[in-house]
Structures are given as structure tokens and as C-alpha cells.
Ligand binder design. Structure first.
Ligand code: PRP
Ligand code: ORO
Length: 220
């Protein structure tokens, strides 16, 4: 356990600490979209200042560079995927000299001016989808429909947290997406990373116990 903590990629460790400081990662009792009661919750909406967003962009950009997956366009599903995508595009340009186009969708169709559902670059080529979490997978399925309808190809998906929990039978929504679209879902951190982190903290034993019990019940 200790070793894996020290080998945990630097940005994962930073991300957990930053998320705890901004309360984007919280421990307590939370009702999820699935109806499950979870002892932890992750909300990138609380990365809500310029500095927070800049940090988020640097972390996503580092993870994308680390993954070495080829892509031409970043796509962020409305709404929380939008700031993630924009800040990542800025970080890729400023830190890695990669000027990558980005695109996002509106939740409702616009029927005047620059009407339609998409904003930003054209959805073409290999698309890297960025969002915060995947719960049922509905948002990803809708995004994949848009990508495929534009004759573009999904290159991969990067999210903040993989909760690593069962959704459809014994597999997670993320595993179902990987099987359906034959593309990798990457995450900055996973439930396993959070557990490893908690195990090394003082005064977090109760949270660790609750998270382990949840993992026992719903984990993959
Ligand atoms: O896998 P799913 O079941 O689709 O859940 C995950 C989605 O739910 C949240 O967005 P939400 O649709 O709540 O909208 P928001 O981004 O406007 O908060 C989240 O930001 C993901 O996009
Ligand atoms: O499953 C959810 O509803 C959910 C879990 C989580 O950690 N964060 C979030 O925004 N939604």
C-alpha cells in the first residue's frame, strides 16, 4: 500500500489533495443519480475559480500527454464538460505547444443565429471526450451519437474520477462504454487511488471504513 502511494503519479496525488481543499471531493452521505447512498462524492463544479480551473486544465492536459493517444479535437458534453474542455485546450497550447480545436454541445437546440447543437470547432477526425464523472453512461452515449453522426471517430474518454462500481450487472458503466465503442476510458483518479490515499491519512479512518464498505457492496 505504501509503495503504491509513493509511485502514484504525481498529478494523481496533487489532484486528490486539491479536490479535498476545494471540497470537490467530499466524504459524508450522498444520494447518487443511481439512488445509491455513497460515502463520498466528487463535484468538479467546485473547481470554481480561475486558479482552480487552470489547475484542472493542467491536470487533464498532463493525463492526455501521458496517455499518448492520438486525437484531433477535444469534446466536452454540457455543462460540466465545457469548462474542463476549454481549460484543457488552453493548457495543451500553453504547456505542450499543442493547439487543439475544441467543441461542446448545447443541451437544447438553438434555432437562430449560429443555430444548432454544437459550438466551437467542427466535430471531425479523432475526438477525445472530456467530462467529470460517468454514472449511468447516458451522457457519453449521447456524445458518442453526435460524434458518430458527424462521421468522426471516438479516440478516447478522460474523466476526473472512475468510481469503479457495478452498473449493468457485474460490470461498470465505464466498462460497458469501453466494450460498446471500443475506446479507452481514462480517469485522473479512481476509487482505488482514493482508498490508498485515505489509508495513509491520520483522522480519516471513519471515512476509509465507510468507503471500503461501499466498495465491498458495489465495487467492481
Ligand atoms: O453517466 P451519466 O448518468 O450521464 O452521468 C454523468 C453526467 O452527469 C453529470 O452531468 P449532468 O447531466 O448532471 O449535467 P451538468 O453537467 O449540467 O451538471 C456529469 O457532469 C456527467 O456529464
Ligand atoms: O453518481 C452520481 O450521481 C455522481 C457521483 C459523483 O461522485 N459525482 C457526481 O457528480 N455524480
Amino acid at each position: 500500500m505504501l509503495n503504491s502511494y509513493f509511485y502514484m503519479k504525481e498529478y494523481k496525488h496533487q489532484f486528490i489533495e486539491y479536490a479535498l481543499n476545494t471540497a470537490a471531493l467530499q466524504f459524508g452521505k450522498f444520494t447518487l443519480k443511481s439512488g445509491r447512498i455513497s460515502p463520498y462524492f466528487f463535484n468538479t463544479g467546485l473547481f470554481n475559480t480561475g486558479l482552480d480551473l487552470s489547475f484542472l486544465g493542467r491536470i487533464y492536459a498532463a493525463a492526455l500527454i501521458d496517455a499518448s493517444i492520438e486525437f484531433n479535437v477535444l469534446f466536452g458534453p454540457a455543462y460540466k464538460g465545457i469548462p474542463i474542455t476549454i481549460t484543457t485546450a488552453i493548457a495543451l497550447a500553453e504547456l505542450y505547444d499543442r493547439n487543439v480545436p475544441y467543441c461542446f454541445n448545447r443541451k437544447e437546440n438553438k434555432n437562430y443565429g449560429d443555430g444548432g447543437i454544437l459550438v466551437g470547432s467542427k466535430l471531425q477526425g479523432k475526438i477525445m471526450l472530456l467530462d467529470d464523472v460517468i454514472t449511468s453512461g447516458i451522457t457519453i452515449h449521447e456524445s458518442m451519437d453526435m460524434i458518430i453522426n458527424h462521421q468522426a471517430t471516438p479516440a478516447g474518454i478522460l474523466i476526473s474520477l472512475n468510481r469503479q462500481e457495478k452498473s449493468c450487472g457485474d460490470i461498470s458503466a465505464i466498462q460497458a462504454i469501453e466494450l460498446t465503442y471500443n475506446c479507452q476510458v481514462m480517469a485522473i483518479i479512481t476509487l482505488k487511488d482514493i482508498i490508498e490515499y485515505l489509508a495513509l491519512q491520520r483522522n480519516m479512518e471513519a471515512n476509509l471504513t465507510a468507503v471500503l464498505a461501499y466498495q465491498q457492496q458495489y465495487g467492481i
